[in-house]
Design a protein around this ligand. Structure first.
Ligand SMILES: *Cc1c(COP(=O)(O)O)cnc(C)c1O
Length: 426
């Protein structure tokens, strides 16, 4: 499969080059040249297929012959080697739990798939590739874990000292092997600036790659769990509405891709925190990026969502057709906390702040009698322990593997300047 740049000023490339480049040379996002819907009888009989078969069918056309079938099957199976349950919240609402992976966030799916694809493409190279990422929290952990032990790939993660949660820090700093954590004396933007400088620095001889969320190998596998949710629900519920807590809009855009492949999804809701660039756009058709505001659902603090352009492409850049299948709403931290309390009081379910924003999206949509709403739980509530415990006034149980993780010894290298990063990379 070939991919073109949405800026239309760069050559079309193979899947492999789209994965290795990340972004096209004209700074555009890559988009597949063709999207072929899956056979109707496959969708109608989806409950007869395993999750590995479903995921393989969904992704196959986007890779083409660039990875042999048996290897792609193995990559897919390893990517999704955990559960994706839809848990009922009340009679017409359920939550799709995406936190059963190793770092307890949905980003595990994209990171694991990308890591294995890059590992495959790089296996014959004698030169190692270095994946360089800056993280404000969840991305770094998912990438580090996804790439752990992948041959031919080193991972260097920059994170702001004292600015990530304890669990997130341990997820970055305790893995060892091919993963190195650089603890930056600064804020997230300093980490990001250093990474950008390194990519532009011709004196660095290592081959650097990013594992950014715009990479096609992180975006596309996120389709899988929309199919898994549908398989669990379609015999009982006809009109499924997904509400996706959104920041960079990669997750929801993957759901829309699943719909394009023929998955019968009635409606999508993008629920955001006060970073409301897209909800504003849906009101007046004007896209005005803003600087991001900090919130309690901080993985969605994005003022200029990079994947929104892919959503517009899926709807042929037609505002009125976008409006029929998609709506977007923004919620404050106060509303989010009240929703967490409401979900807990009514259903004894502990939602994290991101999932609660998704739940608010369903409330605002006002489900019709024949609709079933699913909000995505994008992270486990323990990842946001302070907010969840103080909002619900309740201690929450820490899973056993997190208790083990917290006991592990942190290993990081402190740096304070770009020169120190450069010295490390040379
Ligand atoms: C990254 C993240 C999001 C936002 O996902 P996008 O694909 O960027 O829209 C939502 N919730 C959690 C917990 C995340 O880590």
């Amino acid at each position: 499969m070939n991919y073109y740049s949405l800026n239309h000023k760069a050559p079309n490339v193979s899947f492999k080059d789209a994965v290795v480049n990340g972004l096209a040379p004209d700074r555009g996002l890559y988009f597949p040249e063709n999207i072929t819907p899956l056979p109707e009888d496959f969708i109608q009989n989806i409950d007869q297929f395993t999750k590995e078969e479903i995921a393989f069918k969904a992704i196959e056309q986007f890779i083409g012959d660039e990875i042999p079938k048996d290897i792609l099957q193995k990559i897919v199976a390893e990517t999704i080697s955990f559960d994706f349950p839809v848990v009922p919240i009340d009679k017409n609402i359920g939550t799709l739990e995406l936190f059963h992976g190793p770092t307890l966030a949905f980003k595990d799916v994209g990171a694991r798939f990308m890591a294995r694809c890059l590992g495959y493409f790089n296996q014959k190279n004698t030169n190692k590739v270095t994946v360089l990422v800056a993280t404000s929290g969840d991305t770094g952990g998912a990438v580090a874990n996804g790439f752990l032990g992948v041959k031919g790939v080193d991972v260097v993660i920059l994170y702001p000292s004292g600015k990530v949660s304890d669990i997130q820090e341990k997820q970055l700093t305790t893995l060892g092997q091919n993963i190195t954590a650089l603890e930056v004396n600064g804020v997230f933007d300093d980490c990001q600036d250093m990474v950008k400088s390194a990519f532009l620095d011709t004196e660095i001889k290592r081959q650097l790659t990013s594992a950014n969320s715009i990479n096609v190998a992180r975006w596309l596998p996120q389709m899988f769990y929309y199919f898994f949710a549908y398989k669990q629900l379609y015999k009982k519920h006809k009109n499924i509405v997904f509400s996706v807590p959104s920041g960079n809009f990669g997750n929801i855009c993957a759901g829309m891709m699943a719909q394009k492949l023929g998955l019968p999804i009635k409606h999508f809701i993008a629920a955001t925190n006060v970073n409301d660039t897209v909800p504003q756009f849906m009101k007046d058709g004007k896209y005005e990026p803003k600087s991001s505001q900090p919130t309690i659902s901080n993985a969605m603090d994005v003022g200029n969502p990079s994947n929104f352009i892919r959503i517009q492409q899926l709807f042929d850049n037609n505002f009125s057709s976008l409006k029929t299948g998609f709506s977007s709403f923004s919620f404050s931290d106060t509303e989010t906390k009240e929703a967490m309390q409401r979900i807990y009081t009514n259903s004894s379910y502990i939602a994290d702040p991101h999932g609660a924003v998704g739940y608010l999206g369903l409330e605002k949509h006002q489900l019709k009698a024949d609709e079933y709403g699913v909000f995505l739980e994008t992270a486990h509530p323990v990842k946001f322990l302070d907010v969840v415990e103080s909002t619900l006034d309740k201690k929450i149980a820490i899973p056993a593997d997190i208790k083990e993780l917290i006991k592990k010894e942190k290993k990081s290298i402190l740096i304070a300047s770009y020169k120190e990063l450069k010295d490390f990379l040379q």
